[in-house]
Design a protein around this ligand. Structure first.
Ligand SMILES: [Cu+2]
Length: 310
């Protein structure tokens, strides 16, 4: 996966240098070891040669070369790390509040969100606040990862340089539902970001998508429906919006379009139109559990995962 922030290059370079040196020695040492097993086999050399007492030259070589190598690794590690602690003055401040088990992002104007929304090509400083235990804010695509410690003001910063949606998670085991602390960073353009900042909470498209994700999370939909195309017990939500699907209605095959009406019906009367190849009777009806507004949010979320109509 290629990186999507200003730090990606430095971190990746350090990683490749270290892995390159490690692979070289792994292969080299293993090859020499196997060669020696045959060359100095006891059958060929029944008596051990005890005449060698030491070699200053060898001692110097195996001290100096590894020292240079670890300094090279340190140099690349440091070069990648140092800029992460040096925040540009014009960075947009965002407060990340971690709790068991969710993230809240709070922006300068008081707006809050479940997903982190940032503009492309502008530095963003995240102030890390925990209200309970130690969490860790990790955005793999940005190559940033920082502990969120209660009572200690830690921070991170980055400049996102690619549009898109990137995973954001907690990387410090923080209790039973630690895995629920999975959300995303949405990198949008400057105008979209400014507009989103000014829209009242919960009213922008991005907010509805985030709310939709919350609906599938809190109602346990994710146990059977994936969002990344993985086939679980049921259809994945990814890339299905607007597609034609064969369904079984009263034992007969029919082709329907996956639209708002179909999604609403699937939530409230799931066994009336089951997609061909999946079992009927597994999913319960969510009447009284998922409200109409929540269905709207869910539709917005499924739309955001792509499909034919996009
Ligand atoms: Cu956590």
């Amino acid at each position: 996966m290629s990186g999507a922030s200003n730090f990606a290059e430095g971190v990746d370079l350090a990683f490749y240098v270290i892995i390159g040196i490690s692979v070289f020695f792994l292969v080299g040492i293993t090859a020499v070891m196997i060669y020696f097993v045959f060359k100095y086999n006891k059958k060929r050399h029944p008596k051990a040669d005890t005449s060698i007492t030491g070699s200053v030259k060898l001692e110097i070589i195996w001290t100096v070369i590894p020292t240079i190598l670890v300094l090279v690794m340190f140099y690349f590690g440091w070069a990648g790390f140092a800029p992460m602690r040096d925040v540009p003055e014009d960075a947009i401040p965002v407060k990340a509040i971690a709790r068991m088990w969710s993230w809240t992002f709070e922006y300068e104007n008081g707006k809050k969100s479940d997903k982190l929304i940032v503009p492309k090509d502008r530095p963003v400083k995240i102030n890390l606040v925990s209200v309970d235990v130690i969490h860790n804010l990790y955005i793999p695509a940005f190559r940033v990862k920082e502990d969120v410690v209660p009572g200690r003001n830690n921070y991170m910063w980055f400049t996102a340089n690619q549009y898109g949606s990137f995973d954001l998670m907690c990387a410090e085991y923080c209790g039973l539902r630690h895995s629920y602390m999975l959300t995303t960073v949405e990198v949008v353009n400057n105008e979209e970001w400014a507009e989103w900042m000014l829209t009242p909470e919960g009213e922008s498209d991005l907010d509805r998508v985030a709310a939709g994700f919350n609906v599938i999370k809190t109602n346990g939909c994710v146990a059977c429906h994936s969002s990344d195309g993985t086939k679980l017990v049921a259809n994945s939500f990814k890339g299905i919006w607007g597609l034609d699907r064969k369904v079984v209605v009263d034992g007969k095959e029919q082709t329907i379009k996956i639209d708002a009406a179909y999604i609403r019906q699937s939530v409230y009367d799931p066994n009336s139109q089951v997609v061909l190849g999946y079992n009927s009777g597994i999913m319960p009806s969510y009447i009284g559990m998922i409200s109409d507004t929540e269905v709207e949010q869910l539709i917005e979320y499924i739309k955001s995962l792509g499909g034919d109509a996009q």
